[in-house]
Design a protein around this ligand. Structure first.
Ligand SMILES: CC(C)(COP(=O)(O)OP(=O)(O)OC[C@H]1O[C@@H](n2cnc3c(N)ncnc32)[C@H](O)[C@@H]1OP(=O)(O)O)[C@@H](O)C(=O)NCCC(=O)NCCS
Length: 170
């Protein structure tokens, strides 16, 4: 990615109207619902801004929980027997068509990991809902794994994501 982007919390801006990722419900969400969700404290929304103020991408982030029994046995074995584990959900992620394929989607997932790592409540894993197989493939490429019981939901232990972030800094 040669171009630099600023990633910050969404504020109501006319630039939302120009956003186009190729998936109409994701465009509409940014235009019509994201600021309501922030106000109601059900999801936060972060945007990547290009130099000219255009919204190049966005994602939403909210607290969620993960049943211990959903994890593969080898992951669950290393954890206490708490029935629910704390997690952070990337509910939506979209990159404007003009900016796709420049590693911005991956950068936004890592930004979510960094934010979850800084939060005071502990977060065990990042969760994502893939809207189709292509999206699931994208997340798998970023080391997310599918839950056996619900294969379009994927998880990435935060420790793994933070290690990747550390490696990227070196
Ligand atoms: C899916 C989407 C978020 C990906 O963002 P992007 O910025 O285009 O992707 P990136 O350039 O960050 O890709 C990161 C890596 O994933 C890989 N990748 C991208 N799409 C992939 C796919 N479908 N399957 C496997 N790997 C994929 C890239 O090759 C890249 O690999 P590299 O870092 O080794 O070169 C974006 O294309 C998009 O917004 N699509 C429309 C909306 C959508 O489908 N959102 C998903 C929400 S569920």
């Amino acid at each position: 990615m040669t171009q630099r982007f600023r990633i910050e919390a969404l504020v109501p801006t006319p630039a939302r109207a120009d956003f186009s990722c190729g998936v109409a419900p994701l465009d509409r969400y940014l235009r019509e619902q994201a600021t309501q969700d922030i106000k109601r404290r059900v999801a936060n929304c972060f945007v990547a801004l290009a130099d000219d103020g255009a919204i190049a991408g966005y994602y939403t982030l909210a607290a969620t929980s993960l049943p211990l029994t959903d994890l593969p046995a080898e992951d669950a074995r290393r954890l206490p027997r708490y029935p629910l584990l704390p997690a952070a959900l990337i509910g939506r992620l979209a990159i404007d068509r003009r900016f796709q394929g420049r590693r911005l989607g991956g950068a936004l997932v890592m930004d979510a990991a960094a934010r979850a790592g800084r939060s005071d409540p502990a977060v065990y894993a990042l969760l994502v809902e893939a809207k189709d197989e292509a999206a699931a493939g994208f997340y798998e490429h970023l080391q997310f794994r599918r839950f056996a019981s619900r294969p379009m939901t994927l998880f990435l232990p935060l420790a793994t994501a933070l290690q990747a972030l550390d490696r990227a800094k070196d």
